[in-house]
Ligand binder design. Structure first.
Ligand code: CP
Length: 302
């Protein structure tokens, strides 16, 4: 795993290895003794991903070179590629990047000599979100095979849906999709079901935000909750042990009734907590591949 870009690149062994390390990090803080610098280049807004990468990096003992696009030379026209090369030149040992383009990674592959971790690529992939979702499901069920996972919402514009569909299929889960007609993506080869079918079938209801920022016209959200969302009435029909997930940010009262956001079934804030541990594990795995990090360079913090 030279870079962490797509769930397609990860073998089942890679996935379980990251999940196992994330669990170790959850139980015992460690840090890298050698001085390393991380460049976090977020060209799109982020709260959870950016902040949990910072916490993960600091817990590992990595120095964070924080970057604020609105006060950077991007405003003078500097490209993503030249920004990445600049961070490499000034000593970043790896980069964490989010951008609105689906394929931003392609322009970096030839010229960059440090590892890159994908923190969100357009509507294509969000693999670190996927890994924290997998950890959350695994903590709940201890397996993926045979689970019914229904991904609900704006499938067409969701990088989370794409990464999770790839990984969950690879791990043997049964993936179903549920969306309003305008949010259906026919390129994803999974069966679509209705929301009423979803709540009765699912072991995991994975809700998605309406991605207004990727729409050409503003989507109509009146009646969305009743027609396509998780209402309190629908929640009552869920299986006894079924859980609710959402990558957040949440449109309360649109894709989910606000009273369900923190209900007993909800793992939404657990997902965020898990984000720190899986991002620590992802950084470790990528740096190991480049020979930048090995077990001897780790200091245990008791
Ligand atoms: N889930 C997620 O990617 O959230 P942020 O956009 O806040 O990082």
């Amino acid at each position: 795993m030279r870079h962490f870009i797509s769930m397609n690149q990860l073998s089942v062994n890679d996935i379980y290895s990251i999940l196992s390390d994330a669990e170790k990090y959850r139980k015992n803080e460690t840090s890298i003794s050698k001085q390393l610098f991380a460049g976090n280049l977020f060209f799109e807004p982020s709260t959870r991903t950016k902040m949990s990468f910072i916490v993960a990096e600091r817990k590992l003992g990595v120095e964070v070179l924080d970057f604020h696009m609105e006060s950077s030379s991007v405003l003078k026209g500097e490209s993503l590629y030249d920004t990445a090369k600049t961070f490499e030149a000034i000593g970043a040992n790896f980069l964490v990047i989010r951008d609105a383009s689906d394929t931003w990674f392609e322009e970096l592959e030839q010229g960059l000599t440090i590892p890159v971790i994908n923190a969100g690529a357009g509507k294509e992939e969000h693999p670190s979100q996927c890994m924290l979702d997998l950890l959350t499901i695994y903590q709940e069920y201890g397996r993926f095979r045979g689970l019914n996972i229904v991904v609900v919402g704006d499938i067409k514009h969701s990088r989370v849906a794409r990464s999770n569909a790839i990984a969950l299929k690879k791990l043997g889960a049964k993936v179903f999709l549920c969306a309003a007609p305008e949010f259906i993506d026919e390129t994803l080869e999974f069966p679509y079901i209705t929301m009423d079918q979803a709540v009765e079938l699912a072991d995991v209801v994975m809700l998605l935000r309406i991605q207004h920022e990727r729409h050409e016209e503003k989507a109509e959200t009146n009646n969305y909750l009743q027609l396509y969302g998780l209402t309190k009435e629908r929640e009552k029909k869920m299986k006894k042990k079924a859980i609710i997930m959402h990558p957040a940010p949440i449109n309360r009262g649109v894709e989910i009734d606000t009273d369900l956001v923190e209900c007993n079934r909800s793992r939404i804030f657990k997902q965020m907590e898990n984000g720190v541990y899986v991002r620590m594990a992802i950084i470790k795995h990528v740096l190991q591949e480049w020979g930048i990090y090995n077990e001897n360079s780790i200091e245990k913090r008791e």
